[in-house]
Design a protein. Structure first.
Length: 245
């Protein structure tokens, strides 16, 4: 919950509280863009270009792009050579606001409208944030392949769909959550946070909540989980003796 709260407030700051006159977009929200410090488990968002902070890229009036200019950048090391060649071919690309543009994205984190248009918005950031929260809760990847015995083939499964499945049936949320937690979490808070994440990944961008609202909800759930955790703490004002009387 600490990580989720820090991420929510960090993205809310980028979107709404920088004091700049433009609507900033991170456009690289994913689990590998999160740095967690120990032992407090404070989370920080990285991979946010300084060019955006300096106002060199204005996201208020993105230029249209053709589908041929859309590329997908994968996190896999095996694709490094292919990615390098794509980057070399795109060195003549101009700044946003000019006639041409190329965007980068990772499958599983890209919202439907971002995949079709290539235009990064605050709503697409909210979508990616929702996916990261679902990852945090389940310990699963956004997209993966599972072998279907009935079809005798590998089938692509979505973390978003599995989260919806977990909420549809009673008691499924505990089965869906990361097994490494071993039930050491308040189920009601986990369910509420999952619902918040699913609101963030709504298919229609206009129906996704603003990050300010999301940060408020996540903070409230953080306090609920902390209260639950504090109530489980063993009392320190008692002593136990194992010696025979």
């Amino acid at each position: 919950m600490q990580i989720a709260t820090d991420l929510a407030h960090g993205l809310d700051y980028i979107h709404n509280k920088t004091g700049l006159s433009i609507n900033l977009v991170h456009n690289h929200i994913k689990s590998s863009s999160v740095v967690v410090t120990e032992p407090s488990f404070k989370a920080k968002i990285c991979h946010f270009g300084a060019a955006q902070l300096c106002g060199e890229t204005d996201v208020r009036s993105p230029s249209p792009i053709s589908k041929g200019e859309i590329t997908e950048i994968s996190d896999d090391d095996d694709d490094d050579d292919e990615s390098d060649s794509k980057l070399k071919n795109s060195r003549d690309l101009k700044r946003m606001g000019s006639g041409r543009m190329q965007f980068q994205g990772v499958m599983g984190y890209m919202s439907p409208e971002f995949q079709s248009s290539g235009v990064a918005t605050q709503e697409s950031d909210v979508f990616a944030f929702g996916v990261v929260i679902l990852e945090l809760l389940s310990g699963d990847e956004p997209l993966k392949y599972k072998f279907d015995k009935s079809k005798r083939e590998f089938v692509k499964t979505s973390l978003i769909e599995s989260a919806k499945w977990a909420l549809e049936g009673g008691g499924r949320i505990r089965q869906w959550m990361d097994r490494r937690l071993r039930d050491s979490f308040p189920v009601d808070v986990a369910e509420k946070l999952t619902r918040v994440a699913l609101e963030c990944v709504h298919v229609e961008p206009d129906k996704r909540p603003n990050m300010g609202r999301v940060a408020g909800k996540v903070s409230k759930l953080y306090l609920e989980s902390k209260t639950w955790s504090d109530n489980l703490t063993l009392p320190t004002d008692i002593s136990v003796s194992l010696a025979p009387r």
